[in-house]
Write a protein of this length. Structure first.
Length: 389
């Protein structure tokens, strides 16, 4: 992609949302649902509602900023998974992966079983995350800057892209890290020359006429180009989306539908954030990464999570509580860190059990699930069995 990510700024009525809708329409015209997957974040609830049932969607249109933050964190993990897949297939980017035939892909991956081969994707769709109001997201969840920057820096090769828009291009919203990783930047009419400089590194946006009048800085260019945005009216958009809905229904990613946002488990009465399949969907979106950090450091500490993950005390404390409820960490010991009760291998097995969903466990799996309690007879038996081996 020559323009892998895009930043759009403009005041109310300047044409920013119309431009985003036009971009989405161009994708719907040219890409099949198996070629492109979309995730739309619309805090205004009405700007992208017309696209709510197109088959290209990975999840329902997101209007909750907490859920949007969780989805971006998922996107970072999915990006890393795609890189692992490309590494195993010995290709450099998504285009090289998709150009492999099934025979060449199977030879490169050498799956250990037929079941593993069935689960392996034969083609990777492009993914685009469209966020209509970056300012709302940044103000409520400052930590999303880290996710946005990681996606912008690395996700191009694996076919994942960002389109960010804001009507408040302030320095605390469009930070230097975000701007430096957005090769294509567009500004419609903005309130001041300072706002224009924040987006384009040059003034001029404050002099635009509105109604789609814009300045564009493309990847590698030093000077902005003035352009006029196109208009797709609501009637045409409804005609296209109605046609697409008749062809196919959206196939949502189960994990994205289940995301409820950072800290949502502790906000729901009676939700324990447990380790079973029912509790897994109510966990904090950073839960898995937090568990890995605790296991790597071999200690359970709120301050450790704050430092390693750049999050606040409240969220780090909730993560520790959720890990304790899941049997991953031991009881609180005053000022001392909590004990980590499982190994990385145990954690991987627990994740596999959750992903498989509710089913009858084998005897060995049931013992593993209970073995996190070091006082239980199952743990003692497992411990002695290991010594015998």
């Amino acid at each position: 992609a020559k323009q892998p990510h895009m930043l759009i700024a403009g005041t109310t009525g300047s044409g920013k949302s119309v431009c985003m809708n036009t971009i989405i329409m161009s994708w719907l015209y040219t890409k099949r649902p198996d070629e492109l997957k979309l995730c739309l974040v619309d805090p205004k609830m009405v700007e992208m509602a017309q696209f709510g049932e197109v088959p290209h969607l990975m999840a329902p249109v997101v209007t909750d900023m907490s859920k949007a933050a969780g989805i971006l964190e998922w996107a970072v993990r999915h990006m890393e998974e795609r890189y692992e897949l490309l590494k195993a297939a010995k290709v450099r980017d998504i285009r090289g992966f998709n150009d492999l035939g099934e025979e060449a892909l199977r030879a490169a991956l050498a799956p250990p079983s037929e079941e593993a081969w069935i689960r392996t994707p034969k083609k990777l769709p492009y993914m685009v995350f469209v966020i209509d109001e970056l300012a709302d997201l940044m103000m409520q969840h400052r930590e999303v800057e880290q996710s946005i920057v990681r996606i912008a820096q690395k996700a191009r090769a694996v076919g994942m892209h960002l389109v960010l828009a804001t009507q408040r291009p302030q320095a605390n919203v469009v930070t230097g890290l975000i701007k430096s990783n957005m090769p294509c930047r567009v500004t419609f009419r903005v309130a001041s020359a300072m706002d224009s400089r924040i987006v384009l590194d040059q003034k001029g946006g404050e002099l635009l006429l509105g109604q789609g009048d814009m300045l564009v800085v493309k990847n590698g260019a030093n000077d902005a180009v003035r352009a006029q945005g196109t208009l797709v009216d609501d009637r045409e958009a409804r005609a296209v989306t109605s046609f697409l809905k008749e062809i196919a229904a959206p196939s949502f990613e189960r994990v994205l539908v289940a995301i409820r946002g950072p800290g949502s488990a502790s906000e729901q009465p009676g939700s324990g954030g447990g380790a079973g399949p029912d509790g897994a969907s109510e966990r904090d979106a950073l839960f898995e990464r937090a568990v890995e950090i605790m296991i790597e450091e071999n200690r359970g500490s709120v301050s450790l999570l704050q430092r390693k993950m750049a999050i606040g005390y409240g969220r780090a404390s909730r993560l520790v509580d959720q890990m304790a409820a899941a049997g991953i960490l031991g009881e609180a010991r005053g000022a001392s860190p909590r004990e980590v009760l499982i190994t990385m291998a145990d954690w991987q097995r627990m994740r596999e059990l959750e992903e498989d969903g509710p089913r009858e466990l084998t005897t060995e799996e049931a013992r593993l699930a209970r073995a996190v309690d070091r006082e239980s007879p199952d743990f003692q038996d497992a411990f002695h069995d290991e010594d015998d081996r």
